[in-house]
Design a protein around this ligand. Sequence first.
Ligand code: ADP
Ligand code: ZN
Length: 525
Amino acid sequence: MIEAQGTRAEQILRTVFGYESFRGEQADIVDHMGAGGDALVLMPTGGGKSLCYQIPALLREGVGVVVSPLIALMQDQVAALKQNGVRAAFLNSSLSAEAAREVESRLMAGELDLLYVAPERLLLPRTLERLASIRLALFAIDEAHCVSQWGHDFRPEYIRLSTLHERFPEIPRIALTATADEETRREIIERLGLDRARVFVSGFDRPNIRYRISEETGDARVRLLDFIREEHAGEAGIVYCLSRKRVEAVAEWLCAKGLNALPYHAGLPTEQRQVHQSRFLREEGVIMVATIAFGMGIDKPDVRFVAHLNLPRSLEAYYQETGRAGRDGQPADAWMSYGLQDVITLRQMQAGSEADEARKRLERHKLDAMLGLCELTGCRREALLRYFGDVLEAPCGNCDNCLAPPETWDATVAAQKALSCVHRTGQRFGVTHVVDVLLGRSDSRVQALGHDRLSTYGIGTELDVSGWRGLFRQLIARGLLTVDLQGHGSLLLTEASRPVLRGESRLYLRVQRPVVKRQPRARRV
Ligand code: ADP
Ligand code: ZN
């Protein structure tokens, strides 16, 4: 029998890229773009967004112009395309004037299939004039969430990309991102003038990633070390920390324990960052300890774990960061340890930022959603996907809560003690002091304040320090207490604390327990 040749797109997929078949929605997207439509593609990291514009650019006459904010990524993509025989080039600040001129003359001569360009470069009047005088296949706007002022990857030049729509109304445009929340989606459509675009949302589930979240008990670094040694010895991973200082301390500490760890944050010299990044990409088993400055555009398929030593600021950030694990589809871990201090620090950072009230409220809401995931007693994946508008039919069986359902306990009495101690100490103290009072600790501060004479002094011996801290964290997460962000992090009662204080509503909390250890699962081949 004669094999069907397939469509032209399929032929390009096979002959140019060497892949057998399209994945997920790629085929539909390529069809749609090939026919000249506009598209907004929401696809998780590793989902295969690049082919969605590369193949249509080859199908259509003229050059496909790809806007990307990431210089390193551009270079990698162009190098890979050239290896496949595609006539590709990039224009960005890393090129010498001479090299840029050469690219421009190839562009004008119609010798390019794909041109990657940094947004600020594209928006130069000179570049736009040149593009207006040649045949264009399409515009692809990669990392389109950079247009969102709410996101932490905001790039002001992205807003000006609406020019493309105005100056080149006939040229199909495709915007792509891995960030899929409603808010960002709306902003992309609005700011890039994509109201006629077809929206493609692909499955956000990453079934090979096992989610595990636990509250800090003792030194999180020690548990991290155990986790890496027991489950990921010699494998590549990323450890995210909130601050540069912590990044350096943790990297140093892991090295001292014999692991191959490197620091990465925006405060390091560019050259050192590049060296560390390329070692992570090229050597085996390097652990990158990093702030969120690391990761966007990193294409390393065999990252076996992503660990968070702090709470990410939103579910979008958590999803995006953990999504860097297991892009090859093999089992991988998303491991997190968070503590009360994270919540306080993040809230203080938010409160102290320059942002206006509306934005602060939104950020607060996002952090609460993140905490909600941590607090959860049900399937983590189900909740995470629900947030992104994706539905999981049944609990996943591959998260800590599915593998070992958490126990809950009736925390009503303990919560009443905690809340009344906050009340008795005048809502003027942070967690550490209130816990001291509950435990009946008598240091000079407690005595000077006369807090050893309060009715709540020493009434909390049923829990230890970390038990109380955990309880306070959960009270904060559930809105039964707030933290005074203007002041010094004093705990304040809320409307919601009253029914609990009066015994009208009960409170069940998850029992703190150590993180799930490795469970048997299919071996990698
Ligand atoms: P994204 O930009 O969505 O993060 P990429 O476009 O970089 O993802 O693709 C991720 C990986 O999947 C790459 O290694 C790519 O070569 C591979 N890939 C993409 N589409 C296919 C396909 N149809 N068949 C096989 N591999 C694919
Ligand atoms: Zn689950």
